[in-house]
Design a protein around this ligand. Structure first.
Ligand SMILES: Cc1ncc(COP(=O)(O)O)c(C=O)c1O
Length: 394
């Protein structure tokens, strides 16, 4: 029997990374392929305390159906957190979602008609490519440079008046680890203000995970609040709660609430109560400082090993936060899929760059995750990988 599935699901790629992760299950493999936060840093005792307190204090309220917009205290906490980053947000502008990944689905539902033009960074976050592909858009891309997107390309695209959305990850991007400079933020803010027909989506799950350099204000500050911000508890507490959020102008929140009602009524009441209790009873800044200290050491170990071992012509990013570094091989030397096969034989894994491109590019790139291995293992893994690169580039 053949099922009559929609074109949109049949044209949406399976998560390539999940496929790769299957190959990397072998415990002897040093894997830089995952994108997981370090589980040793999960605040389990504090969450246990918050869960106990939630059940004894809120009881049934924490287990009942709830409003689509989210738990009021949690929305207020999220809004107040932005004030510390120099951005004024009203709690009514916050929608609590089932991971920030759900925001991408909701935004697709409320903005994207088949064939609509959507601007992405090149490379871009795979989960967004997947979520938006379901709505059959036409992706156009702007090159991501060391300090942010190529602004000439952005301006040329916005000037056509066609792009409906521009999706970006300005802090420690997944996959590249790159961050927009202050100068580019201001210039991009100016461009977006001049072209209000394109809605900017600022996805920022890693912004608080800065271990070097200075924090920047969100782009939202430079667009006069006309853009959308996405945030997440996944990387600053735990991903398993599946809690994220969207901040947007009221017209957008209203429609996103309708779309969310249709999707899942609301995000888990219990998880929202527990995280709110956790935030009230424990110091999340302390916890974030622990995470960034750890990721900072891991990142430095990876960059040091790459600096020591990488063959001539291979370049890589030096992230100031987040969980990823991005490696570029000399062009025209073959596909990183072949390097992947060689690396697996030598028991080291990475994510080949192609799935982060919507135009068939990326054959000379690879993503390395550093948040899930000790410094000694990172050193060993990068050394193995660089030996493979040497053979590959011969
Ligand atoms: C850039 C980016 N956006 C969104 C997400 C989704 O995160 P979550 O749904 O756990 O909030 C991720 C997860 O890795 C990500 O890297």
């Amino acid at each position: 029997m053949s099922f009559r599935f929609t074109n949109r699901i049949q044209n949406t790629p399976n998560s390539f990374i999940r496929e790769i992760l299957k190959v990397t299950q072998d415990p002897e493999i040093i894997s830089f392929a995952g994108g997981l936060p370090n589980p040793d840093l999960f605040p389990i005792a504090a969450l246990q305390d918050a869960a106990r307190e939630t059940l004894s204090k809120a009881g049934a309220r924490a287990l009942q159906y709830s409003t689509t917009e989210g738990h009021a205290e949690l929305r207020a906490w999220i809004a107040a957190r932005y004030a510390r980053r120099g951005v004024e947000v009203h709690p009514d502008q916050v929608l609590v979602t089932t991971g920030s990944q759900q925001c991408l689905d909701l935004l697709g539902k409320i903005f994207i008609e088949k064939g609509d033009e959507i601007v992405l960074e090149r490379p871009s976050y795979l989960g967004t490519i997947q979520a938006f592909t379901m709505f059959e858009p036409r992706f156009v891309t702007v090159d991501l440079e060391e300090d942010g997107p190529n602004l000439d390309q952005v301006e040329a695209l916005l000037a056509t008046g066609r792009p409906k959305l521009f999706y970006a990850v300005p802090n420690f991007q997944n996959p590249s680890g790159l961050t927009y400079s202050k100068v580019k933020r201001e210039a991009l803010g100016g461009l977006l203000r001049r072209h209000p027909g394109t809605v900017f989506i600022e996805d920022d799950p890693y912004g608080e995970l800065r271990f070097a350099g200075e924090h920047h204000q969100p782009l939202f500050a430079h667009t006069g609040g006309r853009s959308i911000m996405l945030g997440s508890f996944s990387k600053i507490t735990v991903p398993g709660f599946r809690l994220g959020w969207m901040v947007a102008p009221p017209e957008i929140i209203r429609l996103a609430v309708t779309a969310k009602q249709a999707a899942d009524l609301h995000s888990s009441t219990f998880n929202q109560f527990v995280i709110t209790e956790y935030l009230a009873r424990h110091d999340i800044d302390d916890h974030i400082a622990t995470i960034t200290a750890c990721y900072g050491s891991q990142a430095r170990a990876m960059v040091a090993a790459l600096e020591r071992e990488a063959p001539a012509g291979v370049s890589f990013t030096r992230p100031e936060g987040g969980m990823f570094s991005w490696v570029r091989l000399p062009a025209d030397k073959g596909s990183c899929m072949d390097l992947f096969d060689m690396a697996i034989r030598q028991k080291v894994a990475f994510v080949p760059g192609m799935p982060f491109y919507t135009d068939g590019g990326g054959h000379d790139t690879l993503r390395l995750n550093f948040s899930n291995a000790s410094e000694a293992i990172i050193d060993q893994g990068v050394t193995r990988l660089c030996r493979c690169m040497q053979d590959f580039l011969k």
